[in-house]
Design a protein around this ligand. Structure first.
Ligand SMILES: C[S@@+](CC[C@H](N)C(=O)[O-])C[C@H]1O[C@@H](n2cnc3c(N)ncnc32)[C@H](O)[C@@H]1O
Length: 228
C-alpha cells in the first residue's frame, strides 16, 4: 500500500472482525483515526504490472481511498472498486468527483467474506488486502473467481520477511509470500498461467519520516481460456 505510515489495525482489533458488521466497523474506525490514511498515489506494483495491459473491465478489491481505481480509470479501464468501509468509500467518491475519469468507476460497499463477484473482469487487483476479518486465502479465491478467461489476476501484499519496523505488529497469518500465493492458486484452480511470482524490494517512509526497505509479495497470473 502506498502508506503514510499508518498502523495496520490487525493486531489491535482482531476481536471485532469476525462478522460482516465487525469488518465494516473495524475498518471504519481505522479510517476515522485520520482524515486521510493512504498517500493518494497508486501502488507501484499495480502501475508496473498493469501499465502494459489492454484496458477493459477492472475490479479493485479492498480499494481503500481509491487511488488505484482512479489510476486505472485514467489508463482507460472501466473500474468496479470494492471496499467494506463506508468511510473509505466516501473519501474515494470525493476524490473521484474531482477527477476527469472518476465517472469510469463504480464504487461498491461489500464484505468479501460474504460477496462473490461474477467472473467478468479483464483485470482483478487486490493490493495489500491484509485484514484480520478476511483470511488471505479467501480473498485470493474471490479475486481469482472474478477473472474472466484470458484476464489477469494481480495480488500484492507485504512480504512477511521484509516488514518495516512500524509494521511489525501485523499478524503473520495476514501475510503471504509469492510462493504461498502461487501454491494456493495452482492446485485448486487448473487453467492459470503464472506470469509473475516475485518479491520486490522498495524504500518507503515511515510515520516519523524514517526510511525503510520493505518487500512486496507479487503474483500476476492469466486465466487461460476454456475451463470455465
Ligand atoms: C490495508 S488497506 C489497503 C487499501 C488499498 N488497497 C491500498 O493499497 O491503499 C485494506 C483495505 O481492504 C479493505 N477490506 C478489509 N477487509 C475487507 C473485506 N472483508 N471486504 C472488503 N474490503 C475489505 C479495508 O477497508 C481497507 O480499505
Amino acid at each position: 500500500m502506498t502508506e503514510r505510515g499508518r498502523d495496520h489495525p490487525g493486531a489491535h482489533h482482531q476481536d471485532q472482525g469476525n462478522t460482516h458488521d465487525g469488518a465494516a466497523h473495524l475498518w471504519d474506525e481505522m479510517y476515522r483515526t485520520c482524515p486521510r490514511i493512504w498517500s493518494g498515489k497508486p501502488n507501484p506494483q499495480l502501475v508496473r504490472e498493469a501499465a502494459g495491459l489492454k484496458p477493459g473491465r477492472a475490479l479493485d478489491l479492498g480499494c481503500g481511498e481509491g487511488a488505484d481505481a482512479l489510476w486505472l480509470a485514467e489508463q482507460g479501464w472501466t473500474v468496479t472498486a470494492v471496499d467494506v468501509s463506508a468511510v473509505a468509500l466516501e473519501r474515494a467518491v470525493a476524490h473521484a468527483a474531482e477527477a476527469k475519469y472518476g465517472p469510469r468507476i463504480t464504487w461498491v460497499q461489500q464484505d468479501l467474506a460474504a460477496w462473490q463477484p461474477e467472473a467478468e473482469f479483464d483485470l482483478v487487483s487486490a493490493q495489500f488486502l491484509h485484514s484480520p476479518a478476511l483470511p488471505w486465502q479467501q480473498s485470493l479465491k474471490a479475486a481469482a473467481s472474478a477473472v474472466r478467461p484470458g484476464g489477469t489476476l494481480l495480488i500484492v501484499g507485504h512480504h512477511p520477511d521484509r516488514l518495516p519496523p512500524w509494521g511489525s505488529h501485523i499478524s503473520a497469518d495476514m501475510l503471504f509470500t509469492p510462493e504461498q500465493l502461487a501454491f494456493e492458486l495452482h492446485p485448486t484452480k487448473p487453467g492459470w498461467r503464472l506470469d509473475v511470482a516475485a518479491s520486490r524490494e522498495r524504500t518507503v517512509d515511515g510515520p516519523d519520516g524514517q526510511r525503510a526497505t520493505i518487500a512486496d509479495a507479487v503474483l500476476r497470473a492469466t486465466r487461460e481460456d476454456g475451463w470455465l
